[in-house]
Design a binder for this molecule. Structure first.
Ligand code: MRU
Length: 346
């Protein structure tokens, strides 16, 4: 991704240090966070300094490699076993985390150097997959399309390119006239903060719309397609993504708006049979009750946005049943969300 003309990855590793874009500060400040050890990398995933299925996966892989590099020789195996458990406990829904950690752990069982190489290989694969998703997805986008998206499944949700936004960037770069409806995505506002920031960087025409406006625009015939990312796709095509995705998919079905999921094969969990088996993360109620941002001087503040004394619930994801999904744009091509077509990818 280009930030003010300079190329950045969302997360990368050099030596024993993991570097990442500090996503909690965007779009107000652009800062790189340096994580010196695997436990700090765990914290960055838990506290969403890095977030989005692909970026979580890459960071978790680097954390596993850091653990292997940090492990004392005498207690090597016990140290990496414990680290794996800690890394896997950071966030429960995004499958990329478990996919990458397993592979880097297996390499770590051979040597720390192999773990480092594997984590780097998987991070590069994440970049390549995003690029291919962009190429396949772009074939669905016609000149003049108005595309709605939810949450952030762009550069920042991966190592580069992204999933749902990768086709949009390619369409825009190839000269198609498109317009993007960016759902604000309460409570953390990944749409209004992160996707909107990416759109500005990429010069894509867009509007942020309130989370509850999607059905209204669909009813007016103002949405030609919807593309969202995925945190975990079950073997039958049911898909977990950011909370609010399900009601968009229901509205899209009602108004005959094609509803696409974009995700690499590393998001598909063949051991999870249906969406009912996908663990849904419950996050702090503070994310619902409070908001934060900078004042005119740039100092960050947290403010309450609800009635004092309120309690809140905060499920971070919901599951869209396969029957509401038009197709899944993967790095290996566009498929229907059926067990047969999903199996054919592997
Ligand atoms: O809680 P987040 O910000 O990690 O959730 C991100 C999403 O739900 C994205 O839509 C998803 O990861 C798709 S691809 C980055």
């Amino acid at each position: 991704m280009l930030v003010k003309g300079k190329h950045y990855l969302t997360v990368w590793m050099e030596g024993r240090t993991v570097y990442m874009i500090e996503q909690n500060l965007l779009p107000f400040q652009f800062r790189i966070f340096e994580s010196p050890n695997y436990q700090t990398s765990c914290m960055t995933i838990r506290d969403m300094i890095t977030r989005g299925a692909g970026a979580i996966g890459a960071t978790a892989g680097f954390a596993m490699a850091q653990a292997a590099l940090e492990a004392p020789k005498e207690t090597y195996q016990a140290f990496i076993d414990h680290a794996r458990k800690e890394i896997e406990a950071t966030r429960p829904t995004a499958y990329n985390l478990f996919f990458v950690v397993e592979k880097v752990y297996e390499a770590a069982c051979k040597s720390p150097e192999k773990a480092f190489e594997e984590a780097q290989r998987l991070a590069q694969e994440n970049v390549d997959d995003g690029k291919k998703i962009g190429e396949f997805g772009n074939t669905l986008i016609k000149d003049g399309y108005r595309i709605e998206t939810h949450c952030n499944a762009g550069w920042l949700g991966f190592v580069d390119y992204g999933s749902a936004l990768s086709p949009i960037y390619l369409a825009n770069r190839s000269g198609k006239k498109i317009h993007v409806w960016v759902d604000e995505t309460r409570p953390r506002s990944q749409g209004a903060r992160l996707t909107a920031w990416e759109m500005v960087n990429e010069n894509v025409p867009f509007d942020i719309i309130p989370d509850n406006a999607g059905a209204h625009y669909m009813s007016k015939g103002m949405v030609d397609m919807m593309i969202v990312g995925a945190d975990r796709i079950a073997a039958n095509g049911d898909t977990a993504n950011k909370i609010g995705t399900l009601e968009k998919a229901i509205a899209a079905k009602y108004y005959n708006v094609p509803f696409y999921i974009a995700a690499p094969c590393s998001t598909i969990d063949m051991n999870t049979k249906t969406g009912k088996d996908i663990p849904i993360e419950e996050r702090s109620h503070d994310e619902v009750l409070y908001s934060n941002g900078p004042d005119k001087q740039g100092d960050f503040h947290t403010i309450m946005t609800c009635a004092p004394g309120s309690s809140a619930k905060n499920p971070a994801f919901d599951v869209t049943p396969a029957e509401l999904i038009t197709g899944i744009i993967t790095n290996k091509g566009i498929i229907k969300p059926t067990i047969e077509e999903i199996k054919s990818l592997f």
